[in-house]
Design a protein around this ligand. Structure first.
Ligand code: SF4
Ligand SMILES: [Zn+2]
Length: 333
């Protein structure tokens, strides 16, 4: 799989961008209910894992810069982005990689970026667990009450991490590093991937539920991310050849229902209702997407318990039942 990912990645094109390009937008975030959030995506050299191979579903490579980006340039991006900031309670700082990787954003610049948003009640950054260590956490210690560290665990099953996602770390590493940050007073957000390639719909549902339970003690919030088909990825190749279908929205609902007791699992699918994103049928996509979103803000199980039926649900149930009979569950390593 690594060779295939590398071969696809070698053909991937980066978006042509000006030197200090930064993307921003606004959306809502489940934080103390429903709060306004400001999102900025900094353009850096990108995730070091891209340069090894990359995860099977990740196309963020296209948003990165071919050469390392200086701290000065990154601060210019932040200043540019700040012009669009209007005091949103939550600020999400993404960089198509790991905020805490010193080769993407040098340590001094990491601090300066967070200092740029003193009004924000919550600042969310993303990182792979390798970069959560004592030094990095101590450096950011002054911000711990406001800082949430988001980690893409994707799955708690090491076979899925290795053979479906090519994640490059184990669930144990995630647990160790997330616990380290949690014990020092930082908040943790964990991303779980629904339906990595090579899993049946049924296996995918069970895997996400197991992963949510696994990560629940160290996580303040768990974001269930149904796979969407991104350009120049192994998932896209499988999808093009008819070997992959993004998850059904019924599967998203199923995972949310069966983890609702945790009171911290949310989902905001990317490109829902489209062929490349989680979808059911045109007859129900809209109201299911709305219910998933409402549930994610309110955590009221009633919202997803009694959804109006749709013809396509019978098809989804048939698929799940067939898969239950035909495929064994995926074992741990
Ligand atoms: S999913 Fe995250 S860790 Fe994997 S290649 Fe993309 S940015 Fe890197
Ligand atoms: Zn339907």
């Amino acid at each position: 799989m690594i060779d295939q990912i590398r071969e696809i990645r070698a053909r991937a094109k980066r978006e042509e961008r000006p030197e200090d390009y930064v993307a921003t937008w606004k959306e809502y975030e489940p934080f103390k209910g429903k709060k306004r959030s400001f999102v900025l995506v900094l353009r850096t050299h990108g995730c070091f894992w891209f340069y090894h191979s990359g995860c099977s579903m990740c196309g963020y490579f296209s948003d990165t810069n071919p050469t390392p980006v200086s701290g000065k340039n990154i601060i210019t991006q932040v200043e540019k982005a700040r012009k669009f900031y209007s005091g949103e309670e939550v600020v999400k700082i993404y960089n198509s990689g790991s905020f805490l990787d010193p080769n993407e954003i040098d340590p001094d610049t990491q601090v300066k970026i967070i200092e740029s948003f003193p009004e924000a009640e919550r600042i969310i950054i993303e990182t792979r667990p390798e970069f959560i260590n004592e030094d990095n956490l101590d450096r950011l210690g002054d911000f711990k009450e406001r800082l949430m560290i988001a980690i893409g665990l994707e799955s708690s099953n090491d076979n899925v991490l290795k053979y479906s996602i090519n994640k490059g770390f184990t669930s144990l590493l995630y647990l160790e590093r997330a616990s380290m940050a949690k014990n020092k007073g930082f908040s943790i957000k964990t991303y779980i991937l629904l339906k990595p390639p090579f899993l049946t719909e049924h296996q995918a549902i069970e895997d996400s539920i197991n992963s949510a339970i696994f990560s629940s003690n160290v996580s303040d919030i768990i974001s269930l991310n149904p796979v969407n088909v991104q350009n120049f990825t192994l998932v896209e190749r499988l999808w093009n050849e008819g070997y992959y279908r993004p998850p059904w929205l019924w599967s998203v609902v199923e995972v949310l229902k069966r983890t609702s007791n945790l009171k911290k699992v949310v989902s905001f699918p990317t490109a829902p209702g489209s062929l490349r994103g989680a979808h059911n049928c045109k007859g129900c996509d809209d109201y299911i997407i709305r219910a998933i979103e409402d549930f994610s803000f309110e955590q009221d199980p009633e919202i997803i318990e009694n959804l109006p039926e749709c013809e396509c649900k019978k098809k989804w149930e048939k698929i799940i039942n067939f898969e239950k009979l035909s495929f064994t569950t995926i074992g741990d390593q």
